[in-house]
Design a protein around this ligand. Structure first.
Ligand SMILES: Cc1cc2nc3c(=O)[nH]c(=O)nc-3n(C[C@H](O)[C@H](O)[C@H](O)COP(=O)(O)OP(=O)(O)OC[C@H]3O[C@@H](n4cnc5c(N)ncnc54)[C@H](O)[C@@H]3O)c2cc1C
Length: 355
């Protein structure tokens, strides 16, 4: 049987409008100095087709193809995934609470990991003007803080991994940009990005080895705006994107503008401006391949829902709790936990059934 290659990926995923823009295929190709494929007009494409080894790895690691799905299912389960525990929690840091999306647990856990040298750096995402976002390799509290809060645009963060892989061939590059010494990173990722990293890790593919911890975000849909969709989005939300102070996505999208106005928008209303690939995406909503997955769903405002999925996730959550980086909601109990799990089931099904 012939191995599916980038040509198949192009036909089945990219040209079919299903590419999640995770950046996995291009980052793998570049990390291995092949540079056969890269981003062209915002999508992966051949840039030096003659360099293509037809190895099929780009096809295998794509989160949309079903390659390696059985292997991942064995480790992480399917549907709502494997759950060790669920909490509603928040950061104890006032600076984080002012900027964060929900309860600032993502920033708090990442801060704890940096502080305890569990990781050397964090690949997170910073919101820029005009709805655009930028991947940031944060090594300090202030850099992390600058990333707190959610961003709306789709970020090919995986594409950035090339800059801090510790593999020997890339070390000179690391030194050049001043990030020498970085061996382990944590990453914040949407479900598609997480799935690609796990596929790469399960097949020992460069440059995924540097990723020691994944803080996964629940994700029902994502956006990458052009002039038309940005205008439409601004019409729907009744304001300018640059005037947004905060965005939360729970059962609705909750927007707080800088002037204090709040607008709640049904996710169905946003369907026409969401990325088409996100609407068709069948990767489980609650980020089942992460070490911990976080969302606003099921928590009251100001708190983050935390799903602990791996023993590493439990270790970091417990440590951050013990060291006072986070606190659990004072009224958290078994009944609330069950309710949250039911909501996660409900939204997992909604995403699966969406067309
Ligand atoms: C596109 C998107 C869709 C989401 N959809 C839902 C949903 O449907 N239901 C739900 O309950 N929750 C959803 N979430 C998660 C939710 O909005 C919060 O991010 C989550 O609850 C963590 O909140 P926090 O206050 O603990 O995080 P914070 O402490 O504010 O930190 C958030 C971290 O996430 C990183 N980040 C932000 N945007 C991205 C991105 N696009 N890709 C990778 N990393 C990013 C930031 O760099 C930061 O480090 C979504 C998030 C995103 C980015």
């Amino acid at each position: 049987m012939e191995i599916p290659t980038f040509s198949d990926l192009k036909e089945e995923v990219i040209d079919a409008g299903l590419c999640t823009l995770c950046g996995g295929c291009t980052s793998f190709c570049r990390a291995n100095k092949l540079n056969a494929i890269g981003m062209m007009n915002g999508l992966p494409n051949y840039i030096n087709e003659e360099n293509c080894l037809k190895c099929g790895i780009c096809y295998m690691i794509c989160p949309v193809t079903s390659e390696l799905d059985e292997k991942l299912e064995e480790i992480y389960g399917k549907g709502i995934g494997k759950i060790i525990d669920v909490f509603s929690a928040r950061s104890t840091d006032e600076n984080v609470l002012k900027k964060c999306c929900d309860g600032g647990v993502a920033t708090a856990l990442l801060h704890y990991m940096l502080d305890t040298h569990f990781v050397d750096a964090v690949l997170a995402v910073k919101r820029m003007k005009g709805g655009r976002s930028m991947p940031i390799l944060a090594t300090s509290y202030n850099e992390l803080l600058a990333c707190a809060g959610s961003t709306l645009a789709t970020i090919p963060s995986l594409d950035e991994i090339k800059y801090f892989s510790t593999y020997t061939s890339l070390l000179p590059e690391l030194k050049e940009i001043g990030y020498g010494g970085i061996e382990n990173i944590a990453i914040t990722a949407t479900p598609c990005q997480t799935k690609t990293i796990r596929k790469m890790q399960s097949a020992h593919i460069l440059p995924s080895g540097v990723v020691k911890f994944i803080v996964g975000l629940f994700c029902i849909e994502n956006f990458s705006f052009n002039t038309v969709t940005l205008r439409k989005f601004e019409e729907i939300i009744g304001g300018r994107i640059n005037d947004i102070e905060k965005v939360n996505i729970k059962e609705k999208m909750n927007i707080i503008f800088k002037d204090g106005r709040r607008k709640d928008v049904l996710l169905d209303e946003l369907k026409e401006v969401a990325r088409k690939a996100c609407i068709k995406c069948k990767i489980p909503f609650s980020n089942i391949y992460a070490d911990v997955s976080l969302g606003g769903l099921g928590s009251e405002d100001g708190y983050t829902t935390v799903v602990i999925r791996t023993s590493k996730g439990k270790k970091i959550f417990d440590g951050a709790l013990e060291e006072g980086f986070i606190e659990v909601h004072p009224e958290w109990n078994e009944e609330k936990k069950e309710n949250v799990i039911e909501k996660i089931k409900e939204w997992t099904k909604k995403k699966e059934e969406r067309k």
